[in-house]
Design a protein around this ligand. Structure first.
Ligand code: SAM
Length: 280
């Protein structure tokens, strides 16, 4: 069976009573080169175990299974159970787990389902849960790499540099946990049904240690305040966190101009600022 052949898949999906759900972010890949390239870029080998989120009809799952020792794929839609039972029948190294990945303990699942293997994550993520699921992947702190297809705008935000218009709190959250790299973009014509947006594949090399020294909660309180009111100067944006006088003193003690805005600061700059503020 060709899992990227839309006619074959449509016939199977209809026969099994499946219907597409927008709420579940169901845009299935129909261009074979895409799952092949994602799996190729995920750096898999015989010692790797993959957690996949949302196998759909299994076109990416199959490519992962051809390259890794084992794939554990989490799918929320029970209507895909009979479909996946048929499409993935030829593979004995795939375990499909039916349930909502947002309720799963990813570190525990990886340890239990991929014992002794190097855990990586790979997925064409449902648009509906992109940010919360990425945060969950970061916080699991169990993956070596995470290679995901997401909306291009989100990918650009994750990989942005200080001063760029898409640089923000989510950029810094991503870069606190990982080194992200935007690999390639994928047009709407590669999916069924076609999404309205362009997608992009990002590979994140997860960090074992944070890249800078700072207390995480305090650091992100400062970062969120800075970007919640991104048109204000940093001193004004931080008023609610530490008071304007402390904000002005900390900004000056870090050597930033008094009129600096959050969007100009790197993660290291925010860490320095947080560390100074923690002394007041
Ligand atoms: N991997 C397939 C592909 O590339 O063609 C399907 C990707 S589709 C964008 C997203 C998949 O995630 C769908 O199969 C959808 O049912 C599933 N999904 C959505 N929300 C989910 C959740 N909370 N937990 C697990 N799977 C979910």
């Amino acid at each position: 069976m060709d899992l990227c052949d839309y006619r074959q898949m449509q016939t199977l999906l209809t026969a099994e009573g499946f219907h597409f759900s927008k709420a579940k972010g169901q845009n299935f890949l129909t261009a074979r080169w895409v799952p092949e390239r994602i799996a190729e870029e995920a750096g898999l080998d015989a010692r790797t175990g993959v957690i996949e989120i949302g196998p759909g009809v299994g076109c990416l799952t199959e490519q992962l299974a051809l390259r890794a020792r084992k794939v554990a794929a989490f799918e929320v839609d029970e209507l895909l159970r009979p479909v996946l039972a048929r499409t993935l029948a030829p593979y004995d190294n795939i375990e499909v787990v039916f349930g909502d990945v947002m309720r799963a303990d990813l570190a525990a699942e990886a340890a239990a389902r991929l014992p002794g293997l190097r855990p990586v994550l790979c997925a064409n993520l449902p648009y509906s849960i992109t940010s919360p699921v990425l945060t969950k992947i970061f916080e699991a702190r169990c993956f070596d790499t995470a290679t995901v297809m997401i909306q291009r705008e989100v990918a650009q935000r994750m990989c942005a540099k200080p001063g760029q218009s898409d640089y923000g709190a989510f950029t810094l959250l991503t870069q606190w946990y990982a080194e992200p790299e935007l690999l390639f973009t994928v047009g709407p014509e590669c999916f069924m049904p076609r999404p309205k947006v362009t997608s992009a594949v990002v590979r994140m090399t997860m960090r074992r240690e944070p890249p800078v020294m700072a207390e995480e909660k305090a650091l992100f309180r400062v970062i969120r305040a800075a970007f919640n009111q991104r048109r204000k100067t940093l001193v004004n944006a931080l008023d609610g966190v530490c008071g304007k006088e402390n904000a002005r003193a900390a900004v000056s003690s870090c050597g930033f101009p008094e009129t600096v805005r959050g969007e100009a600061l790197s993660l290291a700059d925010f860490a320095a600022l947080t560390n100074v503020l923690s002394q007041y």
